[in-house]
Ligand binder design. Structure first.
Ligand SMILES: Nc1ncnc2c1ncn2[C@@H]1O[C@H](COP(=O)(O)OP(=O)(O)OP(=O)(O)O)[C@@H](O)[C@H]1O
Ligand SMILES: [Mg+2]
Length: 359
């Protein structure tokens, strides 16, 4: 199956101390224990350590396609060289392969999550997600290996049930042999990106289903929240005004456009909704900061780091800076920057936290 494998360039915050041979495995394996898992609406990413002390991030699309389990379909998948698993008499194609096949069939993929959480319309999709998670995470390298996994914060603009979502994935990871700990998604961004600022500042993850925000003070999450809008919201709204399928808009958006200089009607619609999402997120940050409850008083100017797949589009950080000027945040600001590897930040932050928990 076509899962991307990317090597992270970031250094580690520390290394785990376990050196004993566990379950007959070599001591080296125990030394590399601790994993980070980013469970997202669009993508699932696992960050693990390699033998050289670097980070490897494995990514898979959080989607699948189910096909009737007859002989004809089986031979077709074999002919096309598409890997599949058999589940309840259906043939299941997972992840990126499902997207490729969906294009051939002209059929949408099924997506287990919506707006940052497990979808109520896709309850039977949990075993598929478990397979994707198992594939990216691999086997635990020691029994009960610590695994920090990302969870969204409660949304300011939608009732959502984080408790159920969190409990579900904690249970799933336990079944896979891990010792799971939930970690707020925005908090994970600050762990991955704000080491130079002593883990003080604002981390934002622009995802497919949500935008997650965390204001951190010396590693502690002082304020977390989410807005229930993300890349899917941009695609869905632009699709409605353009009279196009959402998938077409996603394709145009990801094909290398610049939101500062959109070309044509389609790109213009995407750029309008992008700017609106950034502005909406910043207004919510300003409102929450202005409430001031439970907030540390920042003596130094604060850095904002943006991550997540939504921040990859060209012109993102420039538009974000323009909108920051307009919104007037009630704290002194040092700067605004993109994460070093924006798509990997959350999984890497979860890994840093997992490793730190073992020291
Ligand atoms: N090059 C790109 N340009 C623009 N958008 C992109 C690009 N690559 C990915 N995206 C968008 O990023 C989003 C997915 O980002 P990400 O993987 O961070 O989300 P997620 O973590 O799965 O979702 P969530 O955190 O909301 O549950 C999608 O909306 C996708 O269209
Ligand atoms: Mg995410």
């Amino acid at each position: 199956m076509g899962s991307a494998e990317m090597t992270g360039s970031e250094g580690m915050a520390g290394s785990a101390t376990g050196t004993a041979s566990v379950g007959g495995r070599p001591a080296m394996t125990a030394k590399l224990a601790g994993k980070g898992l980013d469970i997202g609406t669009a993508n699932i990413l696992a960050a693990v350590r390699d033998q050289k002390g670097g980070i490897v991030v494995r990514c898979e699309r959080n989607a699948f396609l189910d096909i009737q389990g007859d002989v004809h379909s089986r031979s077709m998948l074999t002919r096309l060289n598409v890997p599949y698993v058999v589940h309840d008499n259906s043939l299941i194609v997972l992840g990126a392969s499902a997207f490729e096949l969906a294009n051939v069939f002209g059929r949408p993929t099924r997506r287990p999550m919506k707006d940052g959480l497990i979808s109520s319309q896709e309850k039977e999709a949990l075993p598929m997600m478990q397979m994707i998670i198992k594939k990216t995470l691999g086997e635990p390298c020691v029994p009960n290996e610590p695994c920090f996994f990302s969870v969204p914060a409660e949304s300011v603009d939608k009732e959502n049930n984080i408790v159920y979502h969190q409990g579900l994935f904690a249970g799933m990871l336990q079944k896979l042999g891990y010792n799971p700990t939930p970690m707020n998604e925005g908090h994970a961004v600050t762990f991955a990106e704000l080491a130079a600022e002593e883990f003080t500042g604002i981390g934002i993850s622009f995802g497919g289903g949500m935008v997650n925000v965390c204001v951190a003070y010396k590693t502690i999450a002082a304020l977390t929240f989410s807005v229930a809008r993300g890349g899917d919201w941009i695609d869905g709204n632009a699709a409605t005004v353009l009279g196009l399928p959402s998938s077409k808009v996603t394709f145009i958006k990801e094909s290398g456009m610049d939101i500062r200089s959109p070309k044509g009607r389609e790109q213009e619609a995407i750029a309008i909704y992008y700017r609106n999402l950034i502005s909406y997120t910043l207004q919510n940050i300003r409102n929450r900061l202005a409430m001031g409850r439970d907030l540390p008083s920042f003596s130094e100017p604060v850095e904002i780091v943006c991550a997540g797949g939504g921040s990859l589009i060209q012109g993102f950080i420039e538009v974000f800076r323009e909108e920051v000027q307009k919104v007037k945040l009630p704290i002194p600001l040092k700067g605004v920057r993109l994460g070093k590897e924006p798509l990997n930040s959350v999984s890497q932050g979860c890994l840093v936290a997992a490793v730190s928990s073992m020291e």
